[in-house]
Design a protein around this ligand. Structure first.
Ligand code: NAD
Ligand code: ISE
Length: 340
């Protein structure tokens, strides 16, 4: 039977996820949508889907078996808590929440419920290039990872909606999560350096360089540029004791003409990570159909939130700010048990 899903937030990524849930993937149907902009929700609703004015009513509706949250970050906390209270599996776009206090509330609610329900939208973990890179590091033939260089460049971000804090609490969270996952290590401290500001960045603090100090002693540098004009360029290279492993340049047609030899660069995240988003939902649909969640967890969302908070403090202090994580609840340490 098809998993009946309700989607909250029908902006850019909400529409893209509705497209994949209705036209690309099988075993799932979008039966409900909600957005604070009711017209946008109505325009995005697939045929037959009910439009809810209130996200809470969509979550509690009997026709909705599982929820996809694509609203703005600050709205996620209340919507996640409603999903957990209703006992419904939920896919939540990053950032899971925007403060440590909110992350703890969500984690405590899920732990009290006693079963994983939340998957956070860290799609890089589902990308084939990142998965191959991780397999090489885990294989151990290059020795221990010592440094990781992560480059995260956006051609542009939406004017007005994207605030000066967002390079650190909205964009960096991807690099923080993929670093923890790739290196199988925790982030213990965060430093931020701010170079000359790009005049294209309007009022944004852009670019920024972030140094992540890992618990093992490994060091990670992250370039965040959110207005770099030429395209969406994601790179990663791990330097180990006996060699280096890097993400490939994205395979693309090689064009040769009077301007030279070149390959196209993706315009934005929709194009670069199209297969990764498809795969994260394939895996989510299977788990949600069994009443649970696998993939990036509330614990991972909590870790990324702490790193973002520390990065925001580090900009102000100019110091290395500590990331102090709680002890990991058992719920996130044990393998997920499927529910019959
Ligand atoms: P957007 O502004 O295009 O869309 C957000 C939508 O949510 C808007 O239509 C808005 O009206 C609606 N909304 C806001 N608050 C709401 C609420 N309380 N209830 C219901 N609807 C509400 O933004 P977007 O680019 O689609 O981003 C949405 C989320 O997805 C953000 O958290 C963003 O960080 C994340 N995102 C993730 C990726 C990724 O690569 N994983 C890419 C883009 C965006
Ligand atoms: C956006 O919200 C995303 O999540 C993209 O993956 C990221 O590259 C971009 O910087 C964010 O604004």
């Amino acid at each position: 039977m098809s998993l009946q899903v309700g989607v909250i937030g029908t902006g850019m990524i909400g529409q893209d996820h509705i497209r994949r849930l209705t036209r690309v993937l099988s075993g799932v149907s979008v039966v409900a949508v909600s957005d604070i902009d009711r017209n946008r929700a109505a325009d995005a609703a697939p045929e037959g889907a009910e439009v809810f004015a209130e996200a809470g009513d969509l979550i509690r509706s009997d026709k909705v078996q599982a929820v996809v949250i694509c609203s703005w970050g600050p709205a996620h906390e209340a919507q996640l808590l409603d999903c957990i209270a209703a006992g419904k599996p939920v896919f939540c776009e990053k950032p899971m929440v925007t403060s440590e206090a909110a992350a703890l509330k969500v984690m405590e609610a899920e732990v009290a419920f006693g079963r994983r329900l939340v998957q956070v939208g860290f799609m890089r973990r589902f990308d084939a290039d990142y998965r191959r890179l991780k397999a090489v590091i885990d294989g151990g033939t290059l020795g221990a990872p010592l440094m990781y260089h992560s480059t995260h460049r956006n051609a542009s971000v939406p004017e007005g909606l994207y605030t000066s804090e967002m390079p650190l609490n909205d964009t960096l969270v991807h690099d923080a999560d993929v670093t923890r996952w790739l290196l199988d290590d925790e982030i213990a401290g965060v430093e931020v350096r701010v170079p000359r500001r790009s005049t294209r960045g309007k009022d944004l603090r852009d670019p920024v360089v972030v140094l992540l100090h890992m618990a093992s002693g490994a060091l990670v540098d992250v370039e965040i540029s959110v207005n770099i004009a030429y395209g969406y360029d994601i790179r990663g290279e791990v330097s180990c004791e006996m060699g280096v492993a890097a993400l490939p340049n994205r395979p693309a047609t090689v064009i040769s003409d009077r301007h030279g030899i070149r390959q196209a660069i993706p315009e934005d995240w929709r194009e670069r990570f199209i297969e990764a988003y498809d795969q994260e939902f394939r895996e989510w649909i299977v788990a949600a159909g069994q009443g649970t969640a696998t993939g990036p967890s509330t614990w991972d969302g909590y870790a990324a939130t702490l790193v973002a908070d520390a990065a925001l403090r580090a900009v102000e202090s100019g110091q290395t700010e500590t990331v102090a994580m709680r002890d990991k609840p058992d719920l996130y340490a044990r393998p997920v048990a499927a529910v019959a």
